[in-house]
Design a protein around this ligand. Structure first.
Ligand code: ZN
Length: 361
């Protein structure tokens, strides 16, 4: 029996449910409050961390939700449902949930932070020169629509297709969504400085995970993969022990890109999983990204451009902006009952598998 009540329609509701479920399960909670920003209803924003099991466990399975704000509604539901499943933990094992890693984006129902930053491109070393993405420089004027209408959108896609044919699938992915650090009003913008959410994540990792000897970090997303299915993105190199652990815990599909709807994955800059690994040099670290599939890639690219249009052009046309917003939200957080049931059923299984994996590795 799945409980659709795990899902929420606002950040405040999701946070309340998560906190309640964590307390009921006997987890220890720590909250990191955003000092400046608020949600749309004036609500305070937090990264909340629950620790179930011994605080000094040497094996820790970590699940993060909401790196991409709005994508956290399904991750939050998965976390809450798992906490309510009366889990029994193996010896010397803890399960740590990071809830709403980009709480501003979660509350405002967008992938990005208060500075239009993609948190999953923000974990770069800002002391070094910013990475360059010449391909994005070429795409930005194409993508940066002033007017949102079907003719204009079709013209953008024709130009994107021509670009992709010219440079190939990999260079197209790198340009489009690999991350860029030059256009503050662009898409997949990595920022000019660490976001508050970046610092909060690092503080939480330092506080809760430094004693772990074996640790797995799973980052939950939506938007890549087939409808009603989850897919895995494993970035550990071919032949590495970490990649073999992922394969043995979740099967071949954890490493073979089964179901991934991108023809070629971009080389991403500044991801949260890379930051996590770098922060725990003494531990045996496994990282995995899990995406719940929603719409085809073309629709998700459209949603990415809609996000930019709503933020930078939308205020001039609030009626249209509201319509575009409904489409955008459906692309990252479908209301469909079967989809939501699939999230709960599948997440229960892959979190259980991860806990078993970390405790027996
Ligand atoms: Zn995402």
């Amino acid at each position: 029996m799945v409980e659709l009540a795990a899902f929420s329609e606002s950040y405040a509701e999701a946070r309340k449910k998560f906190v309640e479920a964590a307390r009921r399960a006997g987890a220890k909670l720590t909250s990191y409050k955003h000092p400046l920003e608020r949600g749309p209803a004036g609500e305070a924003l937090f990264l909340d961390v629950s620790v179930l099991g011994p605080g000094n466990a040497s094996r820790v399975f970590v699940v993060g939700s909401g790196t991409h704000g709005i994508e956290g509604y399904s991750g939050s539901a998965a976390q809450r449902a798992w906490l309510r499943s009366r889990p029994r933990l193996p010896k010397d094992t803890a399960v740590v949930f990071f809830h709403a890693q980009n709480p501003w984006g979660f509350a405002h129902k967008t992938r990005v932070t208060e500075e239009n930053v993609d948190l999953n491109r923000n974990f770069i070393d800002f002391a070094k020169p910013l990475p360059s993405n010449p391909g994005y420089e070429e795409l930005h004027p194409i993508i940066a629509l002033k007017d949102w209408n079907e003719d204009a959108i079709a013209a953008v896609f024709a130009k994107l297709d021509a670009f992709r044919k010219r440079v190939g699938e990999k260079a197209f992915s790198d340009a489009f969504n690999g991350g860029q650090y030059s256009r503050q009003d662009g898409i997949f913008y990595g920022g000019m400085r660490p976001q508050w959410a970046n610092g909060a994540f690092r503080t939480a990792v330092e506080t809760h995970l430094v004693r772990a000897r074996k640790v797995c970090y799973m980052d939950l997303h939506t938007g890549i993969g087939p409808w009603c299915e989850h897919i895995y993105l494993c970035f550990h190199p071919e032949g590495s022990p970490a990649r073999e652990r992922a394969r043995s815990w979740w099967g071949e599909r954890a490493v073979n890109l089964q179901g991934v709807t991108h023809k070629k994955l971009a080389t991403y800059s500044g991801t949260i999983i890379d930051a996590f690994t770098e922060m725990l040099p003494a531990a045996e670290v496994t990282t995995i990204v899990v995406e719940f599939g929603t719409l085809p890639r073309h629709e998700m690219q459209r949603a990415g451009m809609a996000q930019r249009w709503m933020r930078f052009e939308g205020p001039r046309d609030p009626v249209l902006a509201a319509k575009v917003r409904r489409e955008y939200e459906a692309a990252f957080y479908p209301a469909d009952v079967e989809w939501r049931k699939a999230v709960l059923e599948q997440s229960r299984e892959f979190i259980d598998r991860g806990v078993d994996g970390i405790s027996s590795s």
